[in-house]
Write a protein that binds this ligand. Sequence first.
Ligand SMILES: *Cc1c(COP(=O)(O)O)cnc(C)c1O
Length: 444
Amino acid sequence: MSKLAILGGEPVVKTPADEIKGLFKWPIVNKAMEDGVLSVLRDGNMSGTDITRKFETEFAKWNGTKYALAHSSGTASLQAAMFGIGLGVGDELICPSVTYWASGLPALSLGATIVFAEIDPKTLCLDPKDFEKRITPRTKAVVVVHYCAYPAPMDEIMAIARKHNIKVIEDVSHAQGGYYKGKMLGTFGDVGAMSLMSGKSFAIGEGGILVTDNDEIYQRAMLWGHYERANSITLPGLAEYKGLPAGGYKYRMHQLSSVVGLEQLKKYDDEIAAIDKAMNYFWDQLADIKGLDSHRPSDKGSTKAGWYACKGLYDSKAFGGLSLSYFIKAIQAEGGQGFAAGCNAALHTHPLFHTFDVYGAGKPTNTANLPAGAEPKQGEGDLPVSETICNSAFSIPWFKHFNKQVIDEQVAAVRKVAENYKELLASDPKEPVVGKFFQTARKN
Ligand SMILES: *Cc1c(COP(=O)(O)O)cnc(C)c1O
């Protein structure tokens, strides 16, 4: 085997980078989407709700829920879901520490406390055992993230939540269209909410959507940020407040997004199938390499729809202690595209949750409404898996199409480095990996 490219050898990848990156291009915009956007624009119909309501109907049908409510962003849909289930002052919301911030942060404006929980190092999703440990008499809800498209262990999570009478919010931002044991994600919890922004698998522009079977959650979410839905709010106790958004927010989706969404629904399942074929092929070729795990579910009927922000898992011990950062640099030197070390930084270490008095209550906001002494232990060292996972999780090329030749070359880049890792040990600078999107860490 030739010498590794990072040490001066010949790179294994011959296809030009631009050509490889062409397979990553997302979203796939077709003529129907372009025509739809132009017609909304020419009709001056951006702020209506006629197209958005059609999109909601079709989305709910596709996702297998009674209701869907479109939002201006995934963040807005998550906050509406939190209000929908009744999260409020003094309540605790359990949230995995490794996720995008919007899974939990909207809870702060409701007066609730975010209690971060550990992730499982294999699934990268909420660790059910740690979730149960963090339940207190104040725990109102848990937000479950299907992180990087991996379906979270819903059997375990739902059993714990039901036992303790805790509401479940599914954040499906990474996994639209995915299944857990044959059932679609977003249909397990009391409510699902998700981003549909351009980087996500189901990409329609800035936007989000809430899905639920529950009338009360649906109507509360409408009352929260959709003043124009007055006629749809009928439940006693809510109907008297219709006409003004109870949260003081305006969260409707603009129709340039919903018209794209209607078209995206028509082709998304086919796109998922193409991505699935490409990504599974990529990992199947690497199945024999010890120390690399493909971060795909093995349960029958569980899928990684769309493979958003797809990851692999690296076990440094299997490579003589070689750092992930150097392993990835070596793959990049071979011409590897889309490889990057790390994932989201552990949220619980950020000072926002410990010291910032956002609303001027005279106390740090995240714990302002807890009884004295009830602050959760959330400093550095309290969630060790979340704090170190950046040194084993890494991004892999996100192929949107199956192209055997290109994928084989990327596989060869990984294989060459994995099989010759010993050549790297002497020069490993062992740079620690920094997570997204911040680098601060709080000491206990
Ligand atoms: C993107 C994302 C969101 C937020 O969605 P926006 O549309 O960007 O507001 C929420 N949760 C997760 C897990 C996300 O990745």
